[in-house]
Design a protein around this ligand. Structure first.
Ligand SMILES: [Fe+2]
Length: 277
C-alpha cells in the first residue's frame, strides 16, 4: 500500500529515510551539543541561562528530560518539510512549531492523544545510544492505536535515525514503554490544516515567525485555539453516550489542553524566577 493511502486509512504512516542518514547523524550530534551545553549552564548556574532559549530539563510529559521548543535548527526542518508533509497527508499545511527531546533511561510516554490544534504531527528519530542494552538489536518503539479503544493493545512502530511517523496526533493514541537505552533524540514537527478551524490562530504557533522562542507567542490566539479545541472535544463527548464516556481517555485528553496552558504559565513564572536570580 502506498504511503498516502496508508495514511488516509489509518491516520498515521511510517516513512523510512524521511531525511538522509547523514543529516540525521549531524542533527543527533547537534542535539548532544545543545543538551550538554545547557547542562553546563545549569550546573554552573550561568546567570544568562534562559530556559526559553537554551532548552529545559523536564516537561509535563517526561520529567527531568531535556527538551527544546522552537530550536531554530528544527524550526527550519519544520518549514523545509512542508511539501513532503503535504504530499503524504494530501492536505494544505502550515507550520506551527518544532520540539525536540533527548529521552533518557527509564523514560516513558503515557498513552495519550494530542490537543486538537496539533492536527498533523511527525515524530522523527535523530539517533540513539543503546550500547548499555545486552540485546544489540534493541530498538525503542513508539506504540500507536488508531481505534480509540483503551482496551486495544496497539502496535509498536520501530524507527531508525532519519525515519519518521506522520500522524494525526489528536486522532490516534500514542505512547512509549520504559526506555532501556542511555539516550535517544527525537524531534516532533507540528502542522495545522490551512483549511481547518485552527488555521488563523496556529500559524507559527502564534509567533510572528519560526525560530522564535515562546516569549513571542500571542496569548490571545493561543486561548482562541484552545477554546475551539475544547468545544470540539465537548461535542465529541456528547455524542459518545455512557459507554463512550467510560473511555476516560477523552476526558484526560481534554484535561491536557488545560494542563498544557497551565504548564506554560508555570514555566513563565519559573523562567522569570531564574532570570531574577
Ligand atoms: Fe503526543
Amino acid at each position: 500500500m502506498k504511503t498516502t493511502e496508508f495514511f488516509e486509512k489509518h491516520n498515521y504512516v511510517l516513512v523510512k529515510n524521511f531525511i538522509p542518514r547523514v543529516l540525521a547523524d549531524y542533527l543527533y550530534r547537534y542535539s548532544r551539543v545543545v543538551e550538554t551545553s545547557a547542562k553546563i549552564m545549569v550546573d554552573t548556574k550561568f546567570p544568562k541561562y534562559d530556559l526559553e532559549i537554551f532548552g529545559k530539563f523536564g516537561d509535563g510529559q517526561v520529567p527531568g528530560t531535556f527538551y527544546r521548543y522552537a530550536d531554530p535548527a528544527f524550526d527550519t526542518l519544520l518549514v523545509h518539510s512542508v511539501p513532503a508533509m503535504e504530499f503524504v497527508t494530501g492536505m494544505v499545511l502550515q507550520p506551527t512549531y518544532s520540539y525536540w527531546r533527548m529521552y533518557k533511561k527509564d523514560d516513558v510516554l503515557k498513552r495519550h492523544r494530542d490537543r486538537p490544534s496539533c492536527e498533523i504531527s511527525a515524530t522523527l528519530c535523530l539517533g540513539y545510544d543503546t550500547s548499555n542494552v545486552k540485546d544489540k538489536k534493541y530498538n525503542w518503539p513508539m506504540w500507536i492505536d488508531e481505534t480509540g479503544s483503551l482496551t486495544n493493545p496497539g502496535s509498536p512502530i520501530y524507527m531508525e535515525p532519519g525515519d519518521c511517523i506522520i500522524y494525526k496526533g489528536s486522532k490516534v493514541d500514542h505512547w512509549r514503554l520504559p526506555f532501556e537505552g542511555e539516550r535517544l533524540a527525537q524531534v516532533f514537527l507540528h502542522y495545522s490544516d490551512q483549511n481547518g478551524p485552527f488555521a488563523q490562530y496556529t500559524k507559527y504557533d502564534a509567533r510572528p515567525f519560526v525560530g522564535l522562542p515562546g516569549y513571542f507567542r500571542d496569548q490571545e490566539k493561543i486561548d482562541k485555539a484552545g477554546e475551539i479545541g475544547y468545544n470540539l472535544y465537548t461535542s465529541q463527548m456528547q455524542g459518545l453516550g455512557e459507554e463512550g464516556l467510560a473511555e476516560k481517555s477523552l476526558i484526560e485528553r481534554t484535561q491536557r489542553d488545560f494542563d498544557d496552558k497551565n504548564e506554560m504559565k508555570l514555566n513563565d513564572t519559573k523562567n522569570s524566577d531564574t532570570k531574577d536570580k
